[in-house]
Ligand binder design. Structure first.
Ligand SMILES: [Zn+2]
Length: 219
């Protein structure tokens, strides 16, 4: 199917679940502003849609033998379950937990009870929900390779940064960059669109003045 059409269909599914918020004005944790946001926790609230998205991802990798689908995080694991369920190899589903490396860098750890399910030689498909920097996916790849496993591919729901590259086959259901703006350069601010936190409610007026200012103390 034409990638642009696929992209539109998948984005429609995300709109349906209320996860894709567009044409608005959001304050990001970084202090920057954006007009579109994916509320990733809402993506998997409708099981039939989650299964549909999982089937599309499984189909993309259906030609490869897969022993393990590996995820990290609740949303990615719900999606990974749907992918594993739909894949013809009937792979196991394992998840890693997010942790920090010795120098504070983002890392993932495999719960010890899963160790025996990821032996050397395991053909592994990594599934992620939202790709922002690719750091979590890289940590998952490292985890598999350190155990002598092989990465069959990486599938994700939404790729927010098309600059991110992997050496394994990569497929995203939706690829859309979100431009973000410094408050002083933000076109929505210029148009007077009210600024909101993505999780609902107006943004705190202190934080809209930009990053680096201490939040006001509560009395
Ligand atoms: Zn703004």
């Amino acid at each position: 199917m034409d990638p642009a059409i696929l992209d539109r269909i998948n984005r429609g599914i995300l709109l349906r679940t209320g996860a894709y918020l567009a044409n608005d004005h959001f304050l990001l944790p970084s202090g920057r502003h954006t007009g579109a946001y994916v509320e990733k926790n809402l993506v998997s609230t409708e099981p039939a849609f989650t299964e549909g998205l999982g089937e599309v991802l499984a189909k993309r990798f259906a030609g490869d033998a897969v022993d393990v689908v590996l995820t990290s995080g609740v949303g990615a694991t719900l999606l990974g379950h749907a992918v594993a369920r739909a894949h013809p190899s009937k792979p196991k589903l394992l998840y890693a937990v997010k942790s920090r490396g010795s120098e504070g860098e983002r890392d993932v750890a495999l719960p010890p009870e899963f160790e025996a399910s990821l032996p050397a030689g395991s053909r592994t498909l990594i599934i992620e929900d939202i790709l922002t920097t690719g750091l979590t996916i890289r940590a998952l790849i490292r985890l598999v390779e350190e155990r002598g496993g092989r990465i069959v591919g990486v599938g994700c729901l939404w790729n927010r940064d098309r600059q991110v590259q992997f050496s394994s086959p990569f497929f995203a259901l939706v690829t859309k960059d979100f431009p973000t703006y410094l408050p002083e350069e933000c076109p929505m601010c210029r148009q007077g669109v009210p600024l909101r936190e993505p999780h609902g409610g107006p943004a705190s007026p202190v934080r809209t003045k930009g990053p680096g200012r201490a939040p006001r103390k509560r009395k």
